[in-house]
Design a protein around this ligand. Structure first.
Ligand SMILES: Cc1cc2nc3c(=O)[nH]c(=O)nc-3n(C[C@H](O)[C@H](O)[C@H](O)COP(=O)(O)OP(=O)(O)OC[C@H]3O[C@@H](n4cnc5c(N)ncnc54)[C@H](O)[C@@H]3O)c2cc1C
Length: 292
């Protein structure tokens, strides 16, 4: 698929059509709420209570931004509280703005705000952890005031955000700073909760994958930011997605072959003794041997 110029939504539509017409893969937009294991596959339930069954799954649920979970955060969503999307910068033009976080993303937001905001206040719960070059660069910005070792307690305001309440950890002093925008940038969280009971997660709750994107549970594959693969980048997620698709195709073909062998065996009227789970490996090898 090569195009000289194409918009994002148009490209996605082309992908959808390509999948549907070339590979007969349908695309449904729905939030998956539950994944349950069946004897021979999985049952998927969406937030609209639709249910689907499948022999295999690819989990590519990505990551979501961590929230602070403090008073005012929900109330002032997009009414002063933002997470750093490009379109949000226009809301704070010429205003006093806070940034919460001390890593590379937070400091990159500070650099972007420097061109448009009146003053910038940077709050971090410990010290700045971004790359040294970036820290050195932002420390020269005249508009910026840095509050290290602080805890942000609350976002304040009537209908829109008007200020932030912060505690200085060492002295316990509570300070209130008037701001009309806050950018929260305190890291990302892998969306692995859906399968946490089925698969092995590492201590950052990322899904642990093998070289072919298979995981600890047969029939489940994973790709992208939700996995423990190094490099949270579009090109890496796309590459892993392609790898997972190839691996799941191989799995489904093998799975069907085995199922067919087993049903053929059963159709011949023979009794498979002690085959409690007809798809377990010993059961299958018995079935295959019996067929031969
Ligand atoms: C602000 C920002 C800037 C970035 N800039 C760059 C950049 O310049 N270059 C770069 O290479 N990378 C960049 N990245 C990283 C890049 O976006 C990711 O690496 C990439 O999108 C990961 O792809 P993914 O498919 O794993 O996850 P995502 O793109 O996050 O996709 C996951 C999808 O799963 C869906 N989903 C989640 N849970 C459910 C559920 N329960 N049911 C149904 N659907 C669900 C989500 O809605 C989402 O559509 C940036 C990331 C951020 C946050």
């Amino acid at each position: 698929m090569g195009y000289d110029f194409i918009t994002g939504p148009e490209l996605v539509r082309k992908f959808q059509n390509h999948l549907l017409h070339t590979h007969y893969v349908d695309h449904k937009i729905a939030e998956v709420e539950k994944i349950e294991e069946l004897n021979d596959g999985f049952k998927i339930t969406t937030s609209e209570a639709d249910q689907y069954e499948s022999n295999a799954l690819i989990i590519a649920t990505g990551m979501t931004r961590r929230k602070l979970d403090i008073p005012g955060e929900e109330k002032f969503q997009r009414k002063g509280v933002f997470y750093g999307n490009i379109q949000d910068y226009s809301f704070v033009q010429g205003s006093s703005v806070g940034v919460i976080g001390g890593g590379n993303s937070a400091l990159q937001i500070v650099e972007k705000l420097e061109k448009i905001a009146k003053d910038i206040y940077l709050f971090t719960d410990f010290e700045l952890t971004a790359d040294h070059a970036l820290i050195d660069r932002v420390k020269t910005l005249k508009k910026l005031k840095i509050y290290e070792n602080t805890k942000v307690l609350e976002f304040e305001g009537e209908k829109v955000l008007s200020g932030v309440k912060v505690r200085v950890k060492e002295s316990g002093e509570i300070i209130q700073i008037p701001v009309s925008g806050i950018f929260i940038s305190i890291g990302m969280h892998p969306n692995s909760a859906l399968v946490r009971k089925l698969v092995k997660l590492n201590d950052q709750v990322e899904i642990i994958i093998n070289k072919d994107c298979s995981i600890s549970h047969p029939g489940i594959f994973a790709a992208g930011d939700v996995t423990d693969a190094f490099g949270k980048r579009i090109i890496i997620a796309s590459g892993k997605g392609a790898k997972a698709a190839l691996a799941v195709r191989k799995y489904v073909i093998e799975h069907r072959k085995k199922s067919r062998t087993y049903s053929a065996y059963m159709e011949e009227g023979r009794t498979a003794i002690s085959l409690l789970n007809p798809l377990s490996r010993p059961a299958l090898s018995t079935a295959v041997r019996a067929k031969k």
